[in-house]
Design a binder for this molecule. Structure first.
Ligand SMILES: *[C@@H]1O[C@H](CO)[C@@H](O)[C@H](O)[C@H]1NC(C)=O
Ligand SMILES: *[C@@H]1O[C@H](CO)[C@@H](O)[C@H](O)[C@H]1NC(C)=O
Ligand SMILES: *[C@@H]1O[C@H](CO)[C@@H](O)[C@H](O)[C@H]1NC(C)=O
Length: 399
């Protein structure tokens, strides 16, 4: 989820593309954290509503009004993280789209010998909820233990049923203005790097396509990449600093469907917290025309016939100097999960959706989970770049 903060730093558009792909060599020690996918949706409409609320929250430099409805988390990735000495375990949402780490939504914070109360208030609003409370310093037990990590302890929270809080691994600037008397709050990744625990200030995310509702199908690594999770080389592109987006993981890309151009070179974001792939309206309409998909009222997603599915072509994402192709199978919602989106078991639904008119949002696409379960992604803060690579599942026919 994206925190809606009042102080966004607007940076001039500075796009760059790495001239040649660079490979990050695996170095130890890195930390691997298994990610558990938790689905909580009963309709495709829920997924779309959540994805669009999240996209809108990204572009708004205003605090969400408390009267606005909260969009429930429909898909979360959680990891068990220990805090304190002795360590107490919390089930935290792992979020690349926000940067504060906090506990206390479900299980109450356990004060231990390492807890230090700063007395400073903390509050963060997300597209899908909010929390407020007090900022503490404590030991967060990732790898060898992060000493003096600043964490939020919630006294109130909304929209985080079933979890204890968030492990925020987005860019540090997203913490600006969230804690009293504090400019920015170093993230767990920043501190792992500053304390010499990991060799590089980066995180990498791997998902395996899954066809069951709740599954430990992901892995997050801090400080390096895991070469068992990707194939070939990693293509890096410099983060595009989109105006009005603050510091999200922005990239530029063009998209073709077969040989038909769908999206001209433009800026967008890579986001683990978005489920679908969103294109601005004109590109979305080109995709609809090219595939023959029709809007399905029950699910809110595009539906194709079996014949249209057999005729689907690759959806090609040109990023840097590399083309990453989503196969026809990767463009459909897992059929075994159709009943969870209000669909019928025999139907075929597509995972590309409409972001709305170009200019309505500060970016023209979101490469969400449907993209990231087919490609490895690297968020390299130290070098201000995003990396993408193919995986053993890029061409899988699991859907
Ligand atoms: C799932 O979503 C519903 C509303 O759609 C919400 O009431 C419920 O608390 C959520 N459950 C979890 C575990 O997030
Ligand atoms: C922190 O901020 C609060 C409210 O802005 C203020 O009352 C308090 O004196 C500040 N504390 C310190 C240590 O600066
Ligand atoms: C996927 O399949 C295509 C066509 O068969 C092939 O060219 C490509 O190398 C495959 N990609 C991966 C990552 O296996």
């Amino acid at each position: 989820m994206f925190p809606v903060i009042s102080l966004l730093t607007f940076v001039t558009l500075a796009l760059g593309v790495a001239t040649s792909p660079v490979v990050v060599v695996d170095r130890s020690p890195i930390l691997s954290l298994p990610l558990k996918r938790v689905n909580n949706f009963t309709s495709g409409h829920d997924i779309l509503a959540h994805d669009l609320a999240r996209a809108r929250a990204t572009g708004q430099p205003v605090k969400r009004q408390s009267s606005e409805p909260v969009t429930n988390q429909v898909v979360s990735y959680t990891a068990v993280v220990g805090v304190g000495a002795p360590s107490a375990e919390y089930d935290l949402i792992v979020d690349t789209g926000s940067s504060n780490t906090w506990v206390g939504a479900g299980k109450a914070y356990v004060r231990t010998s390492t807890s230090i109360n700063t007395g400073n208030r903390v509050s963060v609003s997300y597209g899908s909820g909010d929390f407020s409370g007090t900022e503490f310093f404590d030991t967060v037990n990732l790898l060898s233990g992060i000493n003096g990590q600043s964490i939020g302890v919630a006294s109130e929270s909304e929209g985080f049923e079933g979890v204890d809080g968030i492990l925020g691994i987005g860019p540090v600037d997203l913490t600006e203005g969230t804690v009293e008397n504090t400019t920015t709050v170093p993230t767990v990744t920043d501190n792992l790097f500053a304390q010499g625990t990991i060799p590089q200030n980066l995180v990498a995310v791997s998902f395996r396509p899954t066809t069951i509702s709740s599954d430990t199908n992901g892995e997050l690594t801090f400080g390096g990449t895991d070469s068992s999770k990707f194939t070939g080389e990693i293509t890096f592109v410099y983060v595009s600093c989109l105006p009005r987006v603050g510091d999200h993981w922005g990239i530029s890309q063009t998209v073709t469907y077969g040989s038909t151009s769908i999206l001209d070179n433009t800026d967008g974001i890579v986001d683990t917290g978005t489920t679908l792939i969103l294109f601005e309206e004109t590109a979305f309409e080109s995709y609809v025309t090219a595939t023959g998909g029709v809007m399905d009222e029950n699910t809110g997603l595009l539906r194709v016939t079996t014949a249209q599915f057999s005729a689907l072509q690759n959806l090609n994402f040109n990023i840097g100097s590399t083309t990453f192709s989503l196969t026809p199978n990767a463009q459909i919602f897992p059929r075994s999960l159709n009943r969870f989106i209000g669909g019928s078991a025999d139907n075929i639904y597509l995972i590309v959706a409409n972001l709305g008119p170009s200019g309505g949002e500060p970016f023209n696409f979101v490469n969400g989970y449907a993209f990231l379960e087919r490609f490895y992604s690297v968020y390299d803060t130290g070098n201000n770049r995003v990396g993408i690579a193919t995986t053993p599942f890029t061409n899988a026919t699991t859907n």
